[in-house]
Design a binder for this molecule. Sequence first.
Ligand SMILES: [Fe+2]
Ligand SMILES: [Fe+2]
Length: 142
Amino acid sequence: MGKQQAMLLWNDSFSVGVREIDDQHKELVEILNELVALVGEYPGSANQEITSIIEKIDAYKTVHFETEEKYFKQFNYAGADEHIQAHKDFNEKVGELVASFQKNSEKEQLLELVDFIENWFSDHVLNMDHKYVHCFKEGGLE
Ligand SMILES: [Fe+2]
Ligand SMILES: [Fe+2]
């Protein structure tokens, strides 16, 4: 059976109370869990399937970060620079982990990728994303 990574379960503490953002976060959790399931079967699951889910995560996180950053600009969010940097650091780290998997195709590297994304997601949403809620709500989002 080998090492397994647990699914990330959505819970209401993740909610920032802005529907568009919550929906995007939920979607990310769902796609991430598709990856978790495939990694659990790896190497039974094909590299191609893994690659296409990784691409899906990549595309979706781009859309999501752009959404948040659009509102930072629109509402003149004071914490924007720090937050945008955190998104950049995440992209960079994910890029490195994906590249090392693509080079060696080892399950250990996939587990590391999934573990990193799960931990980052929980920490980032619970801490950094929650900080903009007040500003977004004052801007009129609900
Ligand atoms: Fe964020
Ligand atoms: Fe977010």
